[in-house]
Ligand binder design. Sequence first.
Ligand code: ZN
Ligand code: ZN
Length: 348
Amino acid sequence: MTSNHSLTKMKLFNPEFPNKSTGIINGETSGLLNWNDIAYPQMYTLYQTLLSNFWKAQEINMQDDIKQWDQLSPTEKDVFLRINTQLASLDSLQTPTMNQVMDYVTDSSFKAIFAVISQQEAVHNESYSYILSSLVPLHEQKERFNQAKDDPIVRKRNQLILNAYEGFREQPTPENLFKLAINSINLEGIYFYAGFAFFYNLARQQKMLKTSTMISYIQRDEMQHAYFIAQFVRILLSENPELNTDENKEYVYHAIGQAVELEKEWAHYILKDIDGIDLKEFEEYVEYLANKRLRQLGFQNLYKERDNPMPWIHVFSDEMMNDTKSDFFEQKSRTYTKVSQSNGFDEL
Ligand code: ZN
Ligand code: ZN
């Protein structure tokens, strides 16, 4: 099977095949998942880590942020709303994409992890809507979501991701799955960070802490998604050596390099009037992130090696991946922030 052939959409149930798949793509598998009998046992740990992050928007009571909202400057409000809907649009695209991949991945343990990621993207998407509904009326929410569709810089940066995603939808080949995965790493591991920096910068000034708490949960999820997808790519390449070409290696450096440039461009555009964010430092931070993603893929650094130039962004660093339940901003367990079902939308 060469990388130009379409991937086979497996039948749901193939009792003649083993439960443990013979490959992550084009494998033979019954379709039944026994977590104790999987090809890559470390995937069970990853699955459990993802589940241990479980949270939902309504656990966070937005009352403090609602009270603070009118103390933000008009520029802060505008940037807040633009970033909120821009991040929501990335999650809107990621939810169905992770789901679609499940049809072509033959290892059931990977399918299960893609299902969890898809569910988490849906939660992220909802949480941006939840923040928005706490702060502005419906007509402005709609306007802001339309703005996210039309903004030329947002369109330009999203186009890179969309080309790879649409490419796989049209032609689900191993090559296109590989490209989709690299672009997913860009989305999960690079594209969110100008937005995250904005919210954490507000939090550093004790502003909109509930929003930042939610953002920190999202960041933790995204970081683990990027890590999982990097593992997926490594296994895809090792099981399918025909994908391990110089051209594809070049593709990785090129696609990640492009994402870095687009994220810098976006940061200069959206954060230029925000006090407290040094854009030069942010550029170095994006390069630092890109190096991290490349090393997770088993590739070389594309940029100068440096320590994290913006340690205050990294609430949940890769090194702290398992330190999952503490709340950075409020210094107490997040379980204390749980509120009753009636909080949230109902109070507004
Ligand atoms: Zn997400
Ligand atoms: Zn994600």
